[in-house]
Design a protein around this ligand. Structure first.
Ligand code: UDX
Length: 482
């Protein structure tokens, strides 16, 4: 470029910069008075509804958009479409205070000219393990088609690195089609909410990760989250790719710890070690710590399985194979197979005609979520082999029953309303979810099992107490004597 063109280019860039700075003033002014902050959450799932309700609890004006008519009808009736402790009261309070509203379409929600627009739509795994961004792309297009004033558009869904660029391009494309030049920014703000503890995790975060392309957006997003943190150090600002990758790195690290201990458990069974003793031995190292080192049948849920495979796929996409992450996934799948084999081996490969109870269907306690739950694989294997499976879970039973009906699973199985129904009329029992109500069962409670055998996929009991009660107690990593 010649001198004249360089000067003109600089003026254009400066004017965009100045107009961006001016445009952000609307957010900057609002953030000083929480009840003037307007937020739209797109998606009323575990992330969108929890985040929206928690924002509303701090006086922000929140509209949660949900396209699923069944869900939005439930929300308008103050019913939560999934089990999450503390969420009902929080939603009710926000609804009554008027700081939490629901809508079934993005256009009407954007008519209020929100300052922050969070994308909290699903990113389910595709057959090749990559994340399906269809819903993210559709939402970005609808935002672009209906944006009225400057806003920060934030991806909170777990999305591969580079997704915020796609969101930005889709929005800009719609604005161009509308022949409109409304300014906006994009940002990445991954969530770290655990199902069953999501509200607590939001109000007491370890950290808030904020990915943005400018200091101003970092500042505005940090101000939005300041009421939720104890110190500013917990507001961790970085560029957008780093924030997008941080989410996958966090879940992959947690999943790695679990697969690491699960592989230790298999070796422990071979050498007469107790994996729970090994866990205590390493957890006492302050560099390791005790969390996410519990061996068992492995992890399930809507996050770890999909995020681990998506991260491995991201590695392939960028010619950087993530061999360790691929191994984490392989170990987790093999753990289920190992446990199912232990059950069949106990019956010399033939469970036909056996009545086998399943205690725990959810992928973890305090949730009704059965996505990728080990219980699905275990139940299907036993039913297919001719066992009569009797299953119980404190809250996830309806979801499992619905899934089995929708899949038309054939065979002998039923669902009961209490653990005692199983303990009084089964040959054996399998523990698959570490619910507190199962942990409280005394060893004697299993003595009425006809075969007096307990297969514990979550290592919730003490082996000595169980064997002393005359039970055969089969676990993962605690079968000791060699
Ligand atoms: C996870 C992450 O913890 C959370 O930060 C992220 O935002 C979403 O994904 P979640 O999937 O809800 O949360 O449940 P989590 O408590 O992490 O447990 C996941 C699975 O790991 C469960 O099946 C659990 O049983 C299993 N698990 C957990 C173990 O097998 N061993 C452990 O020590 C801990």
């Amino acid at each position: 470029m010649n001198v004249k063109e360089t000067i003109l280019y600089s003026v254009v860039i400066a004017s965009i910069g100045l107009s961006n700075i001016y445009a952000r003033r609307s957010v900057d002014d609002a953030i000083r008075n929480p009840d003037e902050v307007k937020i739209v959450m797109i998606g009323a799932g575990y992330v969108g509804l929890v985040t929206g309700a928690c924002f509303a609890a701090k006086q922000y004006a929140v509209t949660v958009v949900e396209k699923d008519q069944r869900k939005i009808n439930a929300l308008h009736n103050r019913q939560i479409p999934f089990y999450e402790p503390d969420l009902v009261d929080l939603v009710d309070a926000g609804f009554r205070r008027g700081s939490l509203k629901f809508s079934d379409n993005i256009a009407s929600a954007l008519a209020s000219a929100p300052h922050f627009i969070f994308l909290c739509v699903g990113t389910p795994p595709l057959p090749d393990g990559s994340a399906d961004l269809t819903f993210v792309r559709q939402a970005a297009q609808e935002i672009g088609a209906n944006l009225q004033e400057y806003a920060i558009v934030i991806t909170k869904s777990t999305v591969p690195v580079g997704s915020a660029d796609m969101v930005k391009a889709e929005i800009q494309n719609q604005l161009t089609l509308r022949n409109t030049d409304i300014l906006f920014d994009v940002a990445s703000n991954p969530e770290f909410l655990k199902e069953g503890e999501a509200v607590k995790d939001f109000f007491e975060p370890d950290r808030v990760v904020i990915g943005a392309g400018s200091e101003q957006v970092h500042t505005l997003m940090s101000a939005l989250y300041r009421p939720f943190v104890k110190t500013n150090n917990q507001l961790i600002c970085m560029n957008i790719p780093s924030a997008e990758l941080t989410k996958y790195a966090a879940n992959a690290m947690l999943a790695t710890r679990i697969s690491f201990m699960n592989q230790m458990a298999l070796l422990a069974d071979k050498v007469g070690a107790d994996v729970e003793a090994v866990r205590a031995g390493i957890a006492s190292d302050t560099r390791i710590g005790p969390e996410f080192l519990k061996a068992g049948i492995g992890y399930g849920g809507s996050c770890f399985p999909k995020d681990v495979t998506a991260l491995a796929d991201m590695g392939r996409q960028h010619d950087q194979p993530m061999t360790l992450i691929e191994a984490v996934d392989a170990v987790n799948l093999a753990q289920r197979e190992y446990f199912i084999k232990r059950i069949f081996d106990h019956y010399n490969g033939n469970v036909a005609g056996k009545t086998i109870g399943i205690l725990g269907l959810a992928f973890k306690p305090n949730t009704d979520d059965i996505r990728c739950a080990p219980s699905i694989d275990v139940m299907k294997a036993l039913i297919a082999a001719g066992a009569l499976v009797v299953a119980y879970d404190p809250v996830a039973r309806e979801n499992m029953q619905r899934m089995f009906e929708q899949e038309g699973i054939k065979g002998q199985y039923c669902f009961v309303n209490a653990a005692i129904e199983i303990l009084h009329d089964a040959d054996a029992v399998i523990i698959l979810t570490q619910w507190d109500e199962f942990k409280r069962l005394p060893a004697q409670a299993f003595a009425s099992l006809r075969d007096k055998v307990v297969f514990d996929g979550r290592n919730i009991f003490d082996p000595i107490s169980m064997t002393s009660a005359g039970l055969t107690y089969i676990t993962i990593g605690r079968n000791m004597p060699r």
